[in-house]
Design a protein around this ligand. Sequence first.
Ligand SMILES: NC(=O)c1ccc[n+]([C@@H]2O[C@H](COP(=O)([O-])OP(=O)(O)OC[C@H]3O[C@@H](n4cnc5c(N)ncnc54)[C@H](OP(=O)(O)O)[C@@H]3O)[C@@H](O)[C@H]2O)c1
Length: 327
Amino acid sequence: MDERVIGRSGQRASVVGLGTWQLGADWGDVDDKEALAVLEAAVESGVTFFDTADVYGDGRSEQTIAAFLRGRPGPDIFVATKMGRRVDQIPENYVLDNFRAWNDRSRRNLGVDRLDLVQLHCPPTPVYSTDEVFDALDTLVAEERIAHYGVSVETCEEALTAIARPGVASVQIILNPFRMKPLREVLPAAEKAGVGIIARVPLASGLLSGKYTKDTVFPANDHRTYNRHGEAFDQGETFSGVDYESGVEAAVEFADLTPEGFTPAQLALRWIIQQPGVTTVIPGARSPEQARANAAAAALPELSDATLAAIDDLYDRRIKDQVENRW
Ligand SMILES: NC(=O)c1ccc[n+]([C@@H]2O[C@H](COP(=O)([O-])OP(=O)(O)OC[C@H]3O[C@@H](n4cnc5c(N)ncnc54)[C@H](OP(=O)(O)O)[C@@H]3O)[C@@H](O)[C@H]2O)c1
């Protein structure tokens, strides 16, 4: 699979990575055996980049990755984790002593001395404008707790503020055919500054696969049930912030645009891969089959101008007004 440089880190990532929130919690049940099988399928398909967080299953996702990588020969896997959401979401918590403690817990969970990349996990907005936060992150690099740091953001404004910080290696942001605003300013700014872009929620939580109907029922312990209106965390993380019923209708139209040899999910991934400035796209997978199908999107042909124009038109008609004023 093609690899691209993750911005200022100088390290490389497969263009399709793997999101591992599913292997922690919040997506119904995934047992340990299935979780390991998902990681195996991804790596066998050429994936060399995993995205995780200290809060996914309160460490379960990180620990599963460690169990998978332990003693495993073969390609080096770059593991990006995140920190900051196990405590109250107030700027006062974003200080060096907490960072050290959070890093040390992730190092234990992942079984490594130095973390490849640590991302601030959608912190309160003022954190991005606080010099001391970035000084502290530089200290973690100097102490060799972490090799690189980045941010995971909710809004385009937060992304632009972070890109201006010289030590930020990467920005993780929601980008998909139902979330296009980052194309206008964020991706060009990142490319100019040499900052990597990690595209998350690429399938709009699965909506873009076209497989759900208005009658689909998700498990009670799945955020697509309990966070549909932003009850537990930012609404933008669930179905990309698109209202479910109108999202299902738009997904039917999206599926109609699928070229031969693609699935709708692969159309979404391929659309993201070919946006200038994107480093890697990190679909979450709940089964080995999904992981394999997602990795295969990397080898599919470029989308035609006609398909791109039709996706733009769908977004303008059905989605833009729902999301652009918020994120
Ligand atoms: N704040 C943050 O930093 C943040 C927030 C959100 C996500 N993330 C990261 O981004 C990753 C990706 O985002 P996400 O997992 O939220 O959303 P996503 O990748 O848009 O959607 C994942 C869901 O799509 C469905 N799916 C996956 N592959 C499929 C395929 N080939 N065919 C059909 N359906 C498929 C599955 O749904 P079913 O379960 O219904 O099969 C899966 O659970 C996460 O795993 C996490 O690592 C970070």
